[in-house]
Design a protein around this ligand. Structure first.
Ligand code: SF4
Length: 321
């Protein structure tokens, strides 16, 4: 399968310095936060790639760069070989941008409360001058709501129903790629499963490619073909889903698994993640995970591990086997 999305050495640095006058008075240097550092992965067409990590790992920043809401500081996001941020071919960039949509975590915040559902769903098509006749009704039925819901307002729906409206709006412009940023984490557990099942069905029906962002391993187990684990802005492990769940190789992945509840893990002790994510403005030397790593050795403090192939996975750890 050819890659529909290619993320190449993607890096995003934010200037988080205090205002100039404060820096002069307090004699402070400029401060920079590296939210994403040298991340590379590929997503074949019609597959689901999940990015997993704790809050602050850079996964949402990557999602925003993939949809073009943020420019990379360096590196590139290519959709069908078109570099979204740096291509000189404006027509090609506009064409591939139209193929990408995003679903956000909070379905209520991402719906205009003053618009009827019909206008919300039709908007992406209407701004392009497309045909919206019957569109909202058809999409509402495809996401498990009723055609008559088109005349209601967002506050008349539950959280799960609102996320279905967000999915309907994302589908309106017939995208090929949907970036899903924690799409179920604001929902009740019972509703989460319904929304995930719907997204799986729509993937088959519309031939969609998902970049799925989540902090929750049980959610990505449901959806993903390949999983990338992020820590402090870097990819530390990438493997096909079944391989990752059978043999997590990076100590951070193992820590996430130990902390995650499992359907087959009745009676299993749940071990909360040890330590805190370090300050990304002053990250640890060498392997950024070394202050929390139970098997760290001296080399880990001075030398950053590069990604390398281990079995069927790619892992950034000196000791992974
Ligand atoms: Fe732990 Fe060292 Fe591997 Fe980093 S490189 S995960 S500190 S063993």
């Amino acid at each position: 399968m050819s890659a529909l999305i290619s993320v190449k050495n993607l890096t995003r640095v934010f200037d988080v310095s205090k205002p100039w006058l404060n820096r002069v008075i307090e004699r402070l240097p400029k401060a920079h936060l590296t939210a994403v550092s040298d991340v590379s992965f590929e997503v074949p067409e019609r597959s689901v790639y999940a990015l997993v990590g704790e809050s602050g790992s850079g996964k949402s920043t990557i999602g925003k760069m993939v949809v073009g809401l943020l420019r990379p500081s360096s590196g590139a996001v290519e959709i069908e070989g078109v570099d979204l941020a740096n291509s000189a071919d404006a027509a090609a960039v506009a064409r591939v941008r139209a193929d990408i949509q995003m679903i956000f975590q909070d379905p209520f915040a991402s719906l205009n409360p003053r618009w009827r559902v019909r206008s919300i769903i039709e908007e992406p098509v209407a701004v392009q001058g497309g045909d919206t006749q019957g569109l909202a009704e058809r999409l509402l039925e495809q996401v498990g709501l009723a055609a008559v819901d088109a005349d209601k307002y967002p506050h008349e729906f539950s959280g799960g129903q609102r996320q279905r409206i967000c999915i309907a709006r994302a589908l309106a412009s017939e995208p090929r790629v949907i970036v899903c940023d924690e799409p179920t984490s604001a929902l009740d557990v019972s509703v989460q499963a319904q929304v995930l099942n719907l997204m799986s069905d729509l993937r088959e029906e519309f031939g969609l490619t998902y970049l799925f962002i989540s902090h929750d391993l049980t959610v990505v187990q449901h959806m993903a073909d390949v999983i990338g684990v992020l820590y402090l802005g870097r990819l530390v492990e990438e493997a096909p889903r079944d391989e990752l769940f059978a043999t997590p190789r990076h100590p951070y992945t193992q820590m996430l698994f130990a902390a995650a509840p499992r359907m087959d893990g009745f009676g299993r002790e749940i071990v909360p993640p040890k330590g805190e994510i370090p300050d990304p403005i002053n990250p640890p030397s060498g392997c950024a995970f070394h202050p929390r790593c139970p098997i760290a050795v001296e080399r880990c403090r001075r030398e950053r591990p590069e990604m390398r192939a281990v079995g069927g996975a790619r892992v950034a750890c000196h000791l992974a086997q």
